[in-house]
Design a protein around this ligand. Structure first.
Ligand SMILES: O=P(O)(O)OC[C@H]1O[C@](O)(COP(=O)(O)O)[C@@H](O)[C@@H]1O
Ligand SMILES: [Mg+2]
Ligand SMILES: [Mg+2]
Length: 330
């Protein structure tokens, strides 16, 4: 089985970019170790703090953030980092080329129940125009030069794209290396499986309500087939299932809180996962526009997300085209 770095070399990925990816993986191996130690590592549970978005921080959110941030900045290859768990951008080497945005631990409510979580990252280059601080990261998803996630499940996996398709690697704990286990990940175009938090149903806009209603109607309804539902409550593992065996994943805008209509973050979650999904032949949209074409205005911006099997996403989007209603995400 091939190791990660020779694969990236054969894809002609620039050496400094390989080093940045490799640094992220060094941090991920440490996170994986601490997760596997569970209570023994003394890092389960919450802190008394909240992040900038008012969410309770788990101890492992903080530890993972610290590990990734410090290791990346120590390389001297990173110009700045932006993290879900940091209020502001953290500056690194002024002469370096790369910017890394990351969600250090995704699905962190799963930590204390010993269920799957992940790390998501997006790598950009310093823009050509003069920019400072947050402005550096206000680039569309199309500008990403690499994106990936590490899924800490029964095995620890890396799913990575540098814009040449998607490959999956599995961490061999005995040698401490990620080994290539899927050379070309592709999402089947059609599916009979969906992933959405159904408890928010009454708060969705009409198009999503109507679409899900037709899925639930099964063979007796318009779709004339039964659909299965799965929800792990960690985007990484829900999207990983979609990548592995087809499906549609959605966290649409809703009207629970008018100040926060969307849950998932554009820079740390939606853009990197959209890059991976599109590179695997799938599709990713807000319901109205392609996620990777959105011009970010804030680093912690949130966005409505619908992604997965191409034909199924198109079917879902047809409801947004045909049913008129006010947009909940403004
Ligand atoms: O609590 P819910 O509605 O099930 O939401 C789960 C969603 O929230 C998230 O956990 C948010 O990520 P964080 O844990 O990084 O805040 C997503 O991974 C997941 O899709
Ligand atoms: Mg997350
Ligand atoms: Mg997180």
């Amino acid at each position: 089985m091939q190791r990660l770095i020779p694969v990236l070399n054969s894809d002609h990925v620039p050496l400094h970019l390989i080093s940045v990816i490799n640094t992220l993986l060094t941090a991920a191996k440490e996170i994986s170790h601490r997760l596997h130690q569970g209570s023994l590592a003394g890092t389960l549970g919450s802190t008394l703090d909240e992040n900038i978005q008012g969410e309770t921080q788990k101890k492992l959110d903080i530890v993972s953030n610290q590990l990734i941030k410090t290791m990346l900045l120590e390389t001297n290859l990173v110009h700045a980092v932006a993290s879900e768990e940091e209020d502001d951008v953290v500056m690194g080497n002024p002469d370096a080329r790369y910017l890394v945005a990351f969600d250090p631990l995704d699905g962190s409510s799963n930590i204390d129940i010993n269920s799957s979580v992940g790390t998501i990252f997006s790598i950009l280059e310093k823009p050509k125009h003069p920019a400072e601080g947050k402005e550096l990261f206000l680039q569309t998803g199309d500008e990403q030069v690499a994106a990936g996630y590490i899924l800490y499940g029964p095995s620890t996996m890396l799913v990575l794209t540098t814009g040449q398709g998607v490959r999956a690697y599995t961490l061999d704990h005995r040698v401490g290396e990620f080994l290539l286990t899927v050379d070309k990940l592709t999402i089947p175009e059609e599916t009979q499986e969906f992933a959405i938090n159904m408890s928010n149903q009454r708060f969705w806009a009409k198009p999503m309500q109507a679409y899900i209603q037709d899925l639930l109607a099964g063979t007796e309804g318009k779709r004339q087939k039964n659909f299965n539902m799965r929800w792990n409550a960690a985007m990484v593992s829900d999207v990983h299932r979609v990548l592995s065996r087809s499906g549609i994943f959605a966290y649409p805008a809703d009207c629970r809180d008018e100040n926060k209509p969307c849950k998932l973050r554009l820079l740390y979650e939606a853009n990197p996962m959209s890059f991976i999904v599109e590179q695997a032949g799938g599709k990713a949209s807000t319901g109205y526009e392609r996620i990777m074409s959105l011009q970010p205005t804030e680093i912690h911006q949130r966005v409505s997300v619908i992604m997965g099997s191409r034909q199924e996403v198109n079917t879902c989007l047809s409801y947004y085209k045909s049913i008129e209603c006010e947009r909940l995400d403004g």
